[in-house]
Design a binder for this molecule. Structure first.
Ligand code: C2E
Ligand code: CA
Ligand code: CA
Length: 724
């Protein structure tokens, strides 16, 4: 680019210089042809009627030419022998014999050879104190004999063909003897450039560059009168100059224009500086624009990122932040608080979602107050918050947890409704409980569920809970393949009537897993219910019990009741009734001997639906037993509504009956109510005869417990029956 700039600057100079040379050459040509015209006019005047024969007439002719040109100092007529014939020059200048003087002889002779004008050598006139440029023409008679040589005397310094483009120098020299004709710098008497011809170097340069650059001879250039430009060493200073020249054929003159190459460089550097300044300005503008754009992009980016990782409602971090952005730092232990608002659903349900949103905002504000600057507060989901605190000291954590509970417990006043709420907190610690963030979060969640059981409470996760949790997970995992691996089987616990005869059996499921060993149904039924496995397991229980008891009944040729525990999850399953009826039908078991044991908690579900279902079973002669009565949520009014046949008194009451008088009283009441409702009373968990006797005295007619038999496998049950 810089090289380009230099080349283009030089090109500009060459164009300017060549134009200048052309203008100079043209104006010089015009000037000389004007003088030639003047000479022609005088020539005619002299020859007409041979005016030249009289000095007086001749002088008249010379004077008659109207001269407006200040450059013309006068005219002179010379005889062919070189002597002055006549001059109208007013000065006292003495003209020497032109043939005798070395400087003038050559051009004088040359004038006499030619028909056109010839320029005489420029010389210094001591009298005029001026440089004089003579222009001469030979005047011939009709036969061609030379009569005179007519000369115009021009003030060489006044030839104003130089317009002022100062940086350029202009010279004109003759083509035949290379003497300067016009030299426009500091010419004076002492420094007289007209005395010597042009330095040989310049001439050689012209010749050489013409031949090299233009591939032409000097003669060809002279003939074509074209402008040539080349670089040449200045013969005085040895500076390099850019030289341009044109040859004027008519007057045999080289018109030269010169400029030091330094001028080109000066302009080039100026341009370079401008360019540099321009570039700097552009750079700053671009930099400014760029930084403005960049800044606004950054702002946009930041806003987007803020949006992505923050909760719109509370401006706290959101769940995505935890998933994508939060990173554990090795040496920065922290505690993760999982905070869940208790019964938040009821606030939403009774006041609407907008109200709920306002409550959440208020909660977040209260939490923010308890936060240190480098802690994280996240709204994890609807009413769940995560608080990450960089402190694992147990005392500090407990203090903070209490503060949170207390703060959220303070009355809320929103839209002029005042109320209170509470939350449940679970806390896990890094790296004490786990190294992995998801695990920490899960443990805090587990601890939170522990708190949920009581509410308005915090629980710090302990590794003992972790074992339970891990066991639970393992159980979930093993349970899935338990049926496929034939790990499940049924046991049957006999139920005895007042006379000591077999009334029926309760089917109880058993699970023996190779990794977990024997797992209590109390534990795995809950997991089966929670993981959606209960339907499959329930079908297995029903089908196996029906099939095995059917076989036993055939083998011992006795009919008795089969009591099957039905989980709520099974009970509310769509089409449970039709499927159960189909299973019974398929097994060939007498439907009259089927009892379904349900617990009070089925009543949490749609009670009308349950009642209808029970009625339908009753129509098919299936008996319904209410298991664990008195342990959970139940009422007498409910008892009246449900179409049941049997009331099963829970083992926990039976356990206390001999020692605890209030238990005794309670059982007495329950039995009398049951009696009033025409229900059969069955007591389970009988381990001692006294228990049986007491219960019998209150009106219990059926008994089940270790006193009679533990739950038995199919073959053991057959033996048990056959012994009776
Ligand atoms: P549940 O229905 O109340 O079953 C009675 C439980 O008391 C049985 O425990 C039985 O083995 C135990 N038991 C009976 N008599 C005595 C006694 O004299 N002393 C003692 N210490 N225990 C006695 P199991 O079999 O461990 O079952 C526990 C619970 O698991 C059951 O309570 C029931 O809720 C559930 N469960 C068991 N099998 C099934 C089943 O096939 N289906 C469903 N849905 N739940 C079942
Ligand atoms: Ca039961
Ligand atoms: Ca029970």
């Amino acid at each position: 680019m810089i090289i380009n700039l230099h080349t283009s600057t030089k090109k500009d100079f060459i164009i300017e210089e060549e134009n200048l040379t052309k203008i100079k050459a043209n104006s010089l040509n015009a000037l000389f042809s004007q003088y030639e015209t003047i000479l022609n006019i005088i020539e005619n005047q002299l020859i007409i009627e041979k005016n030249y024969q009289s000095i007086n007439l001749s002088e008249k002719v010379l004077n008659s030419v109207l001269i407006n040109d200040n450059n013309i100092l006068g005219f002179a007529l010379f005889k062919p022998n070189g002597d002055l014939y006549l001059t109208n020059n007013k000065s006292d200048e003495k003209f020497p014999n032109l043939l005798e003087k070395e400087e003038s002889r050559k051009s004088f002779e040359y004038t006499m050879e030619k028909n056109s004008v010839v320029l005489g050598r420029t010389y210094y006139s001591d009298i005029r104190k001026k440089f004089i440029l003579p222009i001469r023409k030979a005047i011939r008679d009709k036969k061609g004999e030379i009569l005179f040589v007519l000369s115009i005397i021009i003030d060489a310094n006044k030839i104003q063909y130089f317009s002022k483009v100062e940086k350029y120098k202009h010279h004109v020299f003759r083509g035949f003897d290379y003497f300067y004709q016009i030299y426009n710098e500091n010419a004076n008497e002492k420094n007289n450039p007209y005395e010597k011809p042009v330095p040989k170097e310049l001439l050689e340069n012209i010749k050489e560059s013409v031949e090299k650059k233009y591939n032409k001879s000097v003669e060809e250039i002279k003939n074509s009168e074209e402008i040539i430009t080349f670089e040449s060493k200045n013969y005085n200073s040895s500076d390099i100059e850019l030289v341009s020249s044109k040859y004027l054929k008519a007057y045999e003159l080289w018109v030269i224009t010169q400029i030091p190459i330094n001028e080109v460089n000066k302009v080039f550097f100026k341009k370079l500086v401008y360019l540099f300044i321009l570039l700097v300005i552009i750079y700053f503008i671009l930099y400014y624009l760029f930084s403005v754009i960049n800044h606004s992009e950054e702002k946009k980016q930041k806003a987007l990122e803020f949006q992505a990782y923050h909760d719109y409602l509370t401006n706290l971090y959101n769940r995505l932040f935890i998933i994508k952005k939060f990173k554990i730092e090795k040496n920065k232990p922290f505690s993760l608080f999982f905070i869940n608002v208790d019964n938040f659903k009821s606030i939403n349900n009774s006041h609407g979602h907008n109200y709920g949103d306002d409550v959440l905002k208020e909660i977040s504000l209260r939490l923010i107050e308890l936060k240190n600057s480098n802690d994280y507060l996240i709204r994890y989901s609807g009413d769940e918050f995560i608080f990450i605190v960089y402190d694992t000291n147990l005392e500090n954590i407990k203090e903070l947890a209490s503060k949170i509970l207390k703060s959220l417990r303070q009355p809320y006043n929103i839209n002029s409704v005042t109320f209170t709420l509470s939350c449940s907190i679970g806390i896990a610690r890094y790296p004490d409980n786990a190294e992995n963030f998801n695990e920490i979060k899960r443990y805090a969640d587990i601890a939170m569920y522990e708190s949920k059981k009581e509410k308005n409470k915090y629980t710090i996760f302990e590794d003992s809970v972790k074992d339970i949790y891990i066991k639970k997970l393992l159980m979930e995992y093993e349970l899935k393949s338990s049926l496929k691996n034939n790990e499940m089987y049924m046991m049957y616990q006999p139920q005895i009537d007042i006379n000591g005869n077999l009334y029926g059996v309760e089917a109880l499921v058993r699970w023996e897993n190779k990794n977990l060993g024997f797992v209590s149904p109390d534990k795995f039924i809950e997991i089966a219910e929670a993981t959606g496995f209960m339907k499959k397991l329930g079908d297995f229980i029903i089908n196996t019990s029906l099939k095995e008891i059917c076989e036993i009944q055939k083998l011992c040729n006795k009919k008795f009741q089969l009591s099957i525990n039905i989980s709520v999850k099974q009970f509310i399953e769509k089409d449970f009734n039709t499927e159960l009826l189909n299973m019974i039908k398929k097994s060939g078991f007498d439907i009259k001997n089927v009892t379904l044991e349900i617990t009070e908690n089925v009543c949490i579900e749609d009670i009308d639906y349950i009642i209808n279902l029970l009625k339908e079973f009753k129509q098919h002669s299936i008996k319904i037993s209410l298991d664990d009565f008195g342990t959970g949520y139940s009422s007498l009014s409910l008892l009246k509504k449900l179409p049941i046949d049997e009331l099963k008194i829970d083992k926990s009451f039976v356990d206390d009956i001999l020692v605890n008088s209030s238990s005794k009283k309670m059982i007495e009441n329950i039995i009398s109510i049951g009696k009033n409702l025409d229900l059969v009373i069955l007591a389970e968990g009988i381990e001692e005869l006294e228990q049986k006797n007491l219960l019998e005295s209150y009106g219990t007619t059926l008994f089940q417990g270790y006193y009679y038999s533990k739950p038995l496998k199919k073959d053991e049950l057959l033996k048990f029956i056959n012994k009776k």
